[in-house]
Each structure stands twice: as C-alpha cells, then as structure tokens.
Design a protein around this ligand. Sequence first.
Ligand SMILES: [Ca+2]
Length: 303
Amino acid sequence: MEPEKTEQPTGAAPEAGNKRVLTKLHTALIAIGAIVSVVFIGIWMKGSVKDRVLIPAGEFLMGAPEGGGELNEHPQHKVYLDAYYMNKTEVTNAAFKKFIDAVQYVTAAEKRGRLFFDGKQLKQESSANWKDPLGNGKGIDNKLDRPVVRVSWNDADAYCKWAGGRLPTEAEWEKAARGGTNTQYSFGDEVRELNKYAWYSENSNSQEHPVGLKEPNLYGLYDMHGNVWEWVADRYAEDYYSRSPAKDPKGPDSGNRRVLRGGGAGNVRNGLRAAFRAMSSQGSWSISFGFRCAFTAQDSKSK
Ligand SMILES: [Ca+2]
C-alpha cells in the first residue's frame, strides 16, 4: 500500500505559506491587543480609584459608650465589616453634574418645585435645587468643588448606582468616620481640634465649603465631620443597635426614614460626633444634605 501523499499540489504551497504568515500576524495582533487592553485597563483602574480609599475588613466599636452620646447611639456594640471602598470626599457638584448630563436624571427638588398663586391661577416654579442651592439664580458655576446639596436619599442612591457603587451602610459610614479610633471624633475628644478637621457652626458661616480643604482622618477621608450631612443606605430606627446583627448590619427592613451622618456646616459640635445619628424621610432634601458613595471591594469600578 502506497503511503498517503502528503505533499501539497504545486502552486498551492505559497497560499498555504501566506495563510501561515497571516495566522501568525493575526495571533501577534491579538497578543498586542491584549497587552494594550491590560495596560489601558490598568491605567483606567488606577485613575478611577483615586477618588476612594480601601477600608480594611475587621471589627470596630459602633455607637457611644455608657454614659455618653444620645439614646439612639446605645448600646455600643462590636460590628464586623468586610473590606469596602469609601469616597475620599463628599460627592461634588462637578461630579453630580456629570451624572445629570449622562442620564438626564431629575432630582426630587426639581420635580416637585414650588406651587404659588400669581393672583389669577396656581402656578409652579422651580424651588431651590442642586443646581441653584440658594434659589437666587446664581447657580453652581463657582461652586463646582463644593458638595452637592438639596439631594434626597433617592437622588443620592441613584447617583451612587450610576457611579458603580452604592450608599455606605450606617456601620460602614461610622467605621470610616472613626478612622480606627474609639473617641468622639476621628482625632480624639478635644473639641478645640475640630477647626482643623471640620466645617461647622464655629467656622463655616453656615455654608458648605469646597471638599477636602480640612485635614483628613487616619483613613485619608475628608469632611466626615461637618460640611454637609451625608445620607447612608440604612433606614432609621432609634433602637436598632439593640437588635442589629454583629456582621455587616444593613438597618431595619422597613420604614421611610433614612439615616444621615456627620453633621453639617450649620451644626454645633455634638452633631459632628462619629456616633451621632440623624434621620429624615427619604424623599426630602435640604441645603445641608449631601452624600458620598461606597464601593464593594471586589468590584470597585467607577465612571
Ligand atoms: Ca460631611
């Protein structure tokens, strides 16, 4: 039996050779493409995480110690949290504008507007809202580096989801605000130090200031005390700490009120404590309500 011929017919060899060259070229291009993609994604990731810091997994003491703080800050209890990322600063007007422009989102304050009677009929006009916080028509052109205000919990929640994250839980917020400490403020208990770390009633003229001007805490987070109140994910219950789980608590299951943390530019020092808890209905907004976002550690992507 003759061995099977393996030679290619004359004339076909160059074509096969060309195919081999093309295949090699193709493979090389795919490899180059992959390398370029990896480098690009690396640069993109590096750039995209500049706005946040990693809060390591572990336990912290949540709430106020016996004899201190307000009723709703008791009992003080240990909480374990997985690692997560936290925005270094409150979300600014500039950042919020990108979101609005990208998805044409309309905030609660813009939707509701103000009803008034002009002498003949009932009319509606826009009240103060995020893009005109004082309601005087002056806008935010000279306030792009200040925290966005007059946003509801729903508005803040929508922004964080768009940015690839979420609002921090109340426990995540407090752990981040404590910066590894158990004192009233991230820098200790000495109230005179507040001026170095926070915009509040004593130094702000009751106005929010550009983010990141004061000293950061030990995690590298700015304005956790003061400047604007920050919405967190949890619903509010005064007695929640007496029944909250020890690992990754997420707040009560029902209710319309959401927690606000950290105190604002108009608040006195008590409201700025790391353990202090405030609340408002989730559809409400105010000149002193803002927020920052958290990101789950394993998928920390952002726009
Ligand atoms: Ca704040």
